[in-house]
Design a protein around this ligand. Structure first.
Ligand code: FE
Length: 207
């Protein structure tokens, strides 16, 4: 079987094309999410394309660098950079999202409300290694807490969301479940230029 060969500097651009083309077909979420997960898994299968400035950790807090926002804000792509021991608050998204680990490892713990209305961890924490992808959405489970699984190293994951995630009004949750308004913003003021040169995809016929 032949497969596409994509140059490292064109991986993100190719991924942006794929997600845009998927959304153009206005798929139901049940079709969209597996397709996004496959494209994201291909993107994070190679750790050779993310410019260093979008992988710089901060000693205080995890960082979220916007890599691309769709023209009509249908989706956004973000690199999350985790210093040792860093973690998010318990939070929701309000839109679909896919998380792919590029470097290191990440732990995701889902939360759900019990009959008493209290928010509790549901299920076991999930450890995602480099190359693995996890999904969230209001329909499949939207509340989680994510942390760096490496106690002594930096982890980097690539997230794609069904909106301009840094600008969406959403919530963090206190222990017990009280919601607090949350707009995450982004850590960067400049975006990577992913657009130079022709987009060249070659068929590898030897594979
Ligand atoms: Fe999240």
């Amino acid at each position: 079987m032949s497969k596409l060969i994509i140059q490292p500097e064109q991986r993100l651009r190719h991924f942006v094309h794929q997600v845009g083309a998927l959304l153009d077909t206005q798929p139901a979420e049940a079709q969209l999410l597996p397709a996004v997960a496959r494209a994201l898994a291909a993107l994070v299968a190679h750790d050779d394309w993310l410019p260093d400035e979008y992988a710089v950790p901060d000693p205080q807090r995890y960082r979220q660098y916007l890599l691309h926002a769709d023209t009509c804000e249908r989706f956004s792509v973000v690199s999350f950079v985790w210093g040792p021991g860093q973690f998010t608050p318990v939070h929701n998204h309000t839109v679909w999202g896919a998380v792919g680990v590029l470097r290191g490892a990440e732990t995701a713990q889902a939360f759900g409300r019990g009959g008493d209305g209290q928010l509790r961890a549901s299920g076991q924490p999930k450890r995602l290694e480099a190359g693995e992808v996890d999904l969230v959405s209001p329909s499949i489970g939207d509340v989680h807490q994510v942390s760096n699984a490496l106690a002594g190293g930096v982890s980097v994951s690539i997230h794609v969301y069904g909106g301009n995630i840094g600008a969406i009004a959403r919530s963090t949750f206190e222990p017990g479940g009280a919601a607090k308004p949350f707009i995450s913003g982004y850590s960067n003021t400049h975006l990577p230029n992913i657009w130079a040169g022709p987009l060249t995809l070659q068929q590898d016929v030897s594979a």
